[in-house]
Ligand binder design. Structure first.
Ligand code: 5GP
Ligand code: ZN
Length: 117
């Protein structure tokens, strides 16, 4: 198990201490349904290594972030939402980041407006 953080909500979900509806898992990535979905598909894809967010990421974290995005693409393909979906990283409280373990939101299954709010 890569580095996890004792008290972090998403690390606790990864370790199975808090229940979540798992969608996908591999060596580096864990994906689960968002508890408060904003679209028919709203999946959170997180690296199994704890880091707070994109601001805190280092060059050596590139693979973790890339793997999260590739997993999101895989899930979107499986769910047949490839006509249009969005991957979102909220970075910092001003952008709505509320959980400080990097996560990619995968949103799809409905029309998605642009620009996002
Ligand atoms: P953020 O606001 O940090 O970009 O995204 C955090 C996301 O985590 C939100 O969409 C929120 O609904 C989701 N979330 C918060 N707590 C839990 C939880 O305990 N379980 C699950 N599955 N999702 C959660
Ligand atoms: Zn964490």
């Amino acid at each position: 198990m890569p580095d996890t953080n004792q008290d972090c909500l998403f690390c606790r979900i990864i370790r199975g201490e808090i229940p979540a509806k798992k969608v996908y898992e591999d060596e580096q990535v864990f994906a689960f349904e968002d508890i408060d979905p904003k679209a028919p598909t709203h999946v959170l894809v997180v690296p199994k290594k704890h880091f707070a967010g994109l601001k805190e990421a280092r060059a050596e974290d590139a693979e973790w972030i890339g793997r999260c995005h590739l997993a999101a693409a895989h899930i979107a393909r499986q769910r047949n939402i490839e006509n249009g979906y969005r991957t979102v990283l909220n970075v910092g409280p001003g952008a709505g980041q509320s959980v400080f373990h990097l996560h990619v939101h995968l949103l799809g299954g409905r029309a998605l407006g642009w620009p996002p709010g």
